[in-house]
Design a binder for this molecule. Structure first.
Ligand code: PLP
Length: 348
């Protein structure tokens, strides 16, 4: 392990030696001609795993969501989405800018969900005054929170009953699946599929907890994916020998799903290790993200705390609300180091 522990994001992981070997060994072609065998294998694999007809490999989760929204919606349509959702708040307004698709954001509740009545009330009647309500977008996990599965079922059923399509931003779908599997007798793969099957389309990231260097996949019906394929080209996302990247994602699907439970356990340990420090409110993590809010005197010390962490070889993000993310390149010693650095700062 390196001398610092990087808890800024689960995107910072380096490909493992075995993943690099898989990338080097991958048979390649030109994916714009649809003849990269490794990309084709990945697309078939993730579609099959999540129970869809087809999938599309894209460079980023942002592009995946945008391809999804633009494949579901036309100019003048709208999508209902959470204020905190990545595809509303963190993607440069791409759906509006590039798709002429209007977002209808709703307040997220504490557990990350959108109130069912609020969703229903936001769906516009078919009237020339209004944009056409076309799509509901949910995110799971959102801010590290697992959406309750019965909520996912109710919200997606409601949207379906009202004639809306359903898209899941499942950048961390496998974290959600592993956390959900811990509550049921099913496997993480079964839970991932159960969640995914509530939706018409699902985006998953390989570059987060799964530990691949690059890439996401959008899954849906064959017809939907063929529309998304056209959008991907338009957005500049048609790649060539991208099998070298798809090989990393395939390796991650084979080897890095079950181990997400280790990240979740380390997040719990981190949260537990920070209990009882005055001015720190630690949210109990459900998956791999720990949020710590600073109050009172601790809030005044926040810039000094961040500088102290940096000097102590602990990287995190935030100022008054700190975010620590566990992942493949964080081990138990790294988490203990972070706990010790924070306790030393507060002399706690
Ligand atoms: C990271 C992330 C994305 C996509 O991010 P990219 O950096 O574009 O790959 C989308 N949605 C969520 C919830 C994310 O966490």
């Amino acid at each position: 392990m390196s001398t610092f522990v990087d808890l800024r994001s689960d995107t910072v992981t380096q490909p493992t030696a075995a993943m690099r070997a898989a990338m080097m060994a991958a048979p390649l072609g030109d994916d714009v001609f649809a003849d990269d065998p490794t990309v084709n294998a990945l697309q078939a694999r993730i579609a099959d795993m999540l129970g869809f007809e087809a999938a599309l490999f894209v460079p980023t989760g942002t592009q995946s969501n945008l391809c999804g929204i633009m494949a579901h919606c036309e100019r003048g349509d709208e999508f209902i989405v959470g204020q905190l959702a990545h595809c509303y708040r963190w993607e440069g307004g791409g759906a509006a800018v590039l798709g002429s698709v209007q977002p209808q954001p709703l307040q997220n509740q504490n557990d990350g969900s959108l109130d069912l009545q609020a969703i229903e009330d936001a769906i516009k009647p078919d009237d020339a005054h209004f944009a056409k309500s076309r799509l509901l977008c949910l995110e799971n996990t959102l801010g590290g929170k697992l959406l309750p599965f019965d909520y996912v079922q109710s919200a997606t059923q409601l949207a379906h009953d009202k004639g809306l399509y359903r898209h899941l931003d499942g950048a961390r779908l496998f974290n959600a699946a592993v956390a959900q599997a811990a509550q049921t007798s099913k496997t993480a793969q079964q839970e991932a599929r159960r969640i995914a099957q509530c939706f018409d389309s699902v985006s998953v990231c390989f570059s987060k907890g799964l530990g691949a260097p690059v890439g996401s996949a959008l899954c849906g019906s064959r017809e939907f994916i063929s529309r998304a394929h056209r959008v991907r080209k338009m957005l500049g996302g048609g790649m060539r020998q991208s099998g070298v990247l798809a090989a990393a994602a395939l390796h991650a699907l084979d080897h890095h799903i079950e181990r997400l439970a280790d990240d979740h356990a380390l997040a719990k340990r981190l949260a537990q290790g920070l209990q009882g420090i005055e001015g720190l409110a630690v949210e109990a993590p459900q998956t791999n993200i720990v949020f710590v809010d600073l109050h009172g005197a601790a809030r005044q010390q926040s810039a000094a705390l961040m500088a102290h962490l940096q000097e102590s070889g602990v990287r995190a993000t935030g100022l008054y609300r700190l975010r620590f993310v566990t992942h493949l390149d964080v081990d138990a010693a790294g988490v203990e180091k972070a706990i010790a650095a924070i306790r030393a700062f507060f002399k706690a």
